[in-house]
Write a protein that binds this ligand. Structure first.
Ligand SMILES: Cc1cc2nc3c(=O)[nH]c(=O)nc-3n(C[C@H](O)[C@H](O)[C@H](O)COP(=O)(O)OP(=O)(O)OC[C@H]3O[C@@H](n4cnc5c(N)ncnc54)[C@H](O)[C@@H]3O)c2cc1C
Length: 467
């Protein structure tokens, strides 16, 4: 508080620390944030502009993050990480997206989610532990390959996947993903398939670790509205891997989602889309205070309508930031300050799971505001905002991805609303509950012939099953 925010040698062009909830951060995290802002100035933001033009994968930015020990941010010290808590990585994701590069922030979030999936089941698995030790040292970027082409944003529903046992000591993993960040660039990935003894229950999922040479990615194929450096593309997996590449026991997928993947992903997305909204506000502050209309001797920032637009945007974004940081702080409270070794001591522990629905809300509110606020900020620029050199159009394009990243904001609102009104069971993640009301209502519309047709069809199915 009261400290000047710098950008290279100059004062920062956007909102100062007075508008940041710095009270959530420890002295060490404040110092880390300053170093990250410097890396954004020196490397990551110039690379963001370059990647936006050429779609190149932002390796220099990821190297800069590895130098700060941030690729392994949440990894316990015993595996060579920083042991950063949830508040710390929320700060990192927000700072990276705001001052640096939204595409790199998505790459970072998906990397961190896959690290979390490994940490959840690192105990007793030396292969996983060896990956954790390499993360910062080798810029060993991972990703989480979940979204299935047939089920889309319901990413926990891997229809096109299976795994079979090969002999006594191998798994044959088959999976198709529609989108995966860092496709063709990530050096390893975590993915989910249906379990080895799958019987049609899609909540029976298993988790796997695969290395780059076991994954068919699609480097250089990403051609999209925004997030040009993200290189999100299809992934195919058809690989025979050793037993210890299953992360956790067979059937651990739902627990992995509830305890590691979802809470982490939603907090990181919340934080990074808050960062994107702030990036647009920083640019708008700089532009509107400089751009003069000589006929009135006023800048755009002098108009009362601008105050209204900017004030409202700031209030919305601050509410979203406080929500994300408050949730991150609560996760710290229930996890011994973000200590992932608690899962090694007690593999049954699921302290984040109770807060999953709270974490989903963090993503929805942040992605909604990022999309709406960056839109409003573009309006403040007028026609000039269309020009690439002012950067607002890049931020606006990047902001749109949050709304549709799984679960999309529509799916998230339905999930939260249904859960709140009808209870957690009603969420019915894997579409297993029979809606008796609808079933009877539809059957009631049929005449006798229609009913007989259904009876015949069902009888045939039952007879087939009995054979
Ligand atoms: C930049 C980027 C990076 C990504 N990175 C990864 C990654 O690393 N790993 C990964 O696994 N995935 C990744 N994804 C995929 C992402 O998480 C989503 O799963 C994907 O974008 C969903 O797109 P879709 O076309 O399949 O949407 P669909 O699921 O087909 O949805 C289309 C529309 O239908 C709406 N909709 C869906 N269901 C309902 C419903 N029940 N009621 C009302 N409306 C509904 C949605 O809200 C949306 O508006 C990435 C996506 C992007 C854009």
């Amino acid at each position: 508080m009261g400290m000047a925010k710098t950008w290279g040698e100059d004062e920062f062009f956007g909102l100062g620390y007075d508008f940041d909830p710095q009270w959530y951060l420890t002295d060490e995290q404040l110092a880390l944030q300053e170093r990250l802002i410097k890396a954004c100035h020196d490397v990551i933001r110039p690379q963001a502009i370059q990647s936006d033009r050429t779609c190149e994968y932002p390796w220099p930015s990821l190297e800069a993050l590895a130098e700060l020990g941030l690729l392994g941010a949440i990894i316990p010290k015993k595996y060579g990480g920083r042991a950063e808590n949830h508040v710390g990585i929320a700060m990192v994701a927000e700072t990276l997206a705001r001052y640096g590069c939204p595409s790199t922030a998505v790459v970072y979030a998906m990397h961190m989610v896959s690290v979390a999936a490994l940490l959840f089941r690192a105990g007793g698995n030396e292969e996983i532990q060896s990956v954790l030790r390499r993360i910062d040292r080798d810029v060993f970027v991972g990703s989480a390959s979940y979204t299935d082409p047939e089920t889309g944003g319901h990413f926990w529903y891997p229809k096109i996947s299976n795994v079979t046992r090969v002999g006594d000591d191998k798994w044959h993993v088959v999976k198709k993903s529609a989108f995966t960040s860092s496709s063709g660039y990530a050096r390893w990935m975590v993915t989910q398939t249906t379990s080895p003894d799958f019987q049609g229950d899609y909540s029976d999922l298993s988790v796997f670790l695969l290395y780059g040479d076991e994954i068919q990615g699609s480097p250089g194929m990403w051609d999209a509205l925004g997030m040009h450096g993200n290189q999100s593309g299809p992934v195919k997996i058809d690989a025979v891997v050793p037993m210890d590449r299953m992360v956790g026991p067979p059937g651990d997928g739902a627990a992995s989602n509830d305890e590691a993947v979802d809470p982490l992903a939603m907090i990181l997305f919340g934080a990074m889309y808050n960062g994107i909204a702030l990036a647009s506000m920083d640019l708008a502050k700089s532009y509107t205070t400089k751009r003069k209309h000589v006929q009135y001797a006023r800048s755009i920032a002098d108009y009362p309508t601008t105050h209204d637009t900017y004030g409202r945007a700031l209030i919305d974004v601050q509410a979203s930031r406080l929500y994300t940081f408050a949730m991150a702080e609560q996760l710290d409270r229930v996890t011994e300050n973000g200590d992932w070794t608690l899962h090694e001591r007690d593999p049954e522990a699921m302290p984040r799971t109770d807060y999953a629905v709270w974490c989903f809300k963090a993503k929805e509110i942040a992605a909604r505001h990022a999309s709406e606020v960056s839109d409003k900020m573009l309006q403040l620029f007028g026609g000039a905002g269309y020009g690439r050199h002012l950067e607002i159009e890049r931020i606006l394009r990047d902001s749109k991805a949050g709304w549709l990243m799984g679960p999309s904001n529509e799916i998230t609102r339905q999930l939260v609303g249904r859960w709140a009104l009808l209870g957690s069971e009603a969420v019915d993640w894997w579409n297993q509950r029979v809606d008796e009301g609808v079933l009877h209502s539809e059957l009631g519309k049929l005449d006798s012939a229609g009913k007989r047709e259904i009876i015949d069809k069902l009888s045939a199915e039952l007879n087939d099953g009995a054979k």
